[in-house]
Design a protein around this ligand. Structure first.
Ligand code: PXL
Length: 282
């Protein structure tokens, strides 16, 4: 049976991050994607400034009721929330449905717009969602906020931060070093409460990386739904996102998105089937 995977997140009208990144990634990983939108994010056509429009709470609730109408899903990813009211709602759906395989991408800032960095949202996330998360996937900025370690600049700092975040109640922690981590190596750390695993690759020179964090967490979520062990899921997600960044595309002069079809070569798959087509008879 095809596994059903839900994303609870914001819509990125540009198509590279948020719900769009999640659904595209779920499909690439051979899972059936469902979505509950918490907000809609638009970008200014002439400047890299996003605006965030929250979805009314009752509409978020109706979407969650739809998504969970057949019971728990194979896995759930949580991304951009927008308000702390949504946190209580999500907590109640996850616990009522005894949802397992919950991946929390603790989105606290969107490039160019810090509106989501509300302190009450961060504390609601810590109180209600982190204890329900099987995996939490902070980037460096989010890891600094959650761990209270103000500068994460070395692998030792990363380990300390992962340990602190693990103490908040997430079963596993994956810190995304991303472009911000100093040096030439893109470094991610996976900590399951006992062992530390580093994933290291040379950084790419391209800046088509919008949507990388969402796609990474979505790839882990879909892999979990498919019963892939976490240590392999993280490595697969990293390779998937690396190819997506390497083959990214520009929406306009200032926003470069990752291409979700790169790793599994979606574009050439169609051609193979096209070649099998015979000319229709008259
Ligand atoms: O990458 C964080 C993020 C999360 N969710 C949505 C976004 C973005 C970044 O743009 O648009 C909807």
């Amino acid at each position: 049976m095809i596994k059903k995977v839900l994303t609870i997140a914001g819509s990125d009208a540009g198509g590279g991050a948020g719900i769009q990144a999640d659904l595209k990634t779920f499909q690439e990983f051979g899972t059936f994607g469902l979505s509950s939108l918490t907000s809609i994010l638009t970008v200014d056509p002439v400047a890299p400034i996003p605006s965030i429009y929250p979805i009314p709470l009752e509409v978020v609730e109706k979407q969650l009721a739809t998504a969970f109408s057949g019971g728990a899903l194979a896995a759930v990813k949580i991304g951009l929330l927008g308000s702390s009211d949504v946190v209580t709602l999500i907590e109640s759906y996850l616990t009522t449905n005894r949802q397992t395989k919950v991946v929390l991408d603790p989105v606290m800032a969107v490039k160019g717009n810090n509106d989501v960095l509300q302190p009450e949202l961060v504390s609601a996330m810590i109180d209600a969602l982190i204890p329900l998360a099987d995996v939490i996937t902070p980037n460096l900025v989010e890891a600094q906020i959650l761990s209270g370690i103000s500068h994460i600049e070395t692998k030792t700092d990363m380990k300390k931060a992962a340990q602190k975040i693990h103490q908040l109640g997430a079963k596993s922690v994956v810190i995304k070093g991303g472009a911000r981590f100093p040096g030439e190596i893109a470094t991610d750390l996976f900590y399951d409460g006992t062992a530390y695993h580093f994933y290291e690759q040379a950084k790419l020179a391209t800046d088509t990386n919008h949507g990388a964090g969402c796609s990474f967490a979505a790839a882990i979520t879909a892999s979990l739904a498919r019963d892939i062990p976490l240590n392999k899921a993280v490595g697969l997600a990293k390779n998937y996102v690396r190819e997506a960044i390497d083959h990214g595309l520009y929406l306009n002069d200032f926003t470069g998105y990752v291409w979700h079809g790169a790793y599994f070569q979606t574009d050439t798959r169609l051609n193979e089937h096209l070649n099998e087509q015979e000319m229709p008879h008259e």
